[in-house]
Design a protein around this ligand. Structure first.
Ligand SMILES: [Zn+2]
Ligand SMILES: [Zn+2]
Ligand SMILES: [Zn+2]
Length: 182
């Protein structure tokens, strides 16, 4: 059996249609673990996984050897939110010291200490790019009122509020500023 091997595979399958990434893991002793399995293609035990692997095409799963920079490869290839979720599992079980670079400052940060910036109020439905930053960057670039992350390029008002909180809570107080310069 492989050791320290993380596997990402096409699991899921609801009503026989949609798949989603599922994950399993062989620890340093070669013991199999189900990290996330869903739908009819999800593998709840090693037998199911071996059967899956036996009939799967090459593009239906990827195996990463964590003893051999597999983590770095996985980080490059997988969606960031999945990376963080899997990383947390590996950390919580003491399997692997999973960390990724903070998307603001680049500091290598444990997956358990990352903050998701998906709260960024980008105005309704649409694709929200989810980023993960270290705690330090998060508190540096978040609105002090609602805690919403704004990013390092955001021009905070004096109170360090986001645009929305500024409109809600600051503007009423600035009644004297009537003439606006364009
Ligand atoms: Zn950072
Ligand atoms: Zn705010
Ligand atoms: Zn303000």
């Amino acid at each position: 059996m492989p050791k320290n091997q993380l596997v990402q595979y096409k699991g899921g399958g609801y009503d026989g249609c949609f798949w989603e990434w599922n994950f399993c893991f062989y620890d340093k002793d070669g013991k199999w673990h189900d990290i996330a399995s869903s739908g009819i293609y999800g593998c709840r035990n090693e037998e199911a996984w071996l059967a899956y692997k036996a009939r799967a095409d090459k593009n239906e799963y990827s195996a990463y050897d964590l003893s051999n920079d597999g983590w770095g490869q996985f980080v490059k290839e997988a969606h960031e939110s999945l990376v963080v979720g899997v990383g947390k599992y590996l950390l919580d079980h003491g399997f692997f010291p999973a960390s990724i670079a903070c998307s603001e400052c680049g500091q290598l940060t444990s997956c358990n200490e990352l903050e998701s910036t998906s709260y960024r109020g980008n105005g309704g439905i649409g694709i929200i790019t989810e980023d993960y930053v270290c705690g330090e960057c998060y508190s540096k670039y978040a609105c002090v009122y609602c805690g919403g992350y704004q990013g390092k390029d955001y021009d905070f008002c004096e109170e360090y509020f986001c645009e929305w909180c500024h409109e809600e809570h600051c503007e009423g107080k600035e009644e004297t500023i009537e003439e606006e310069k364009d």
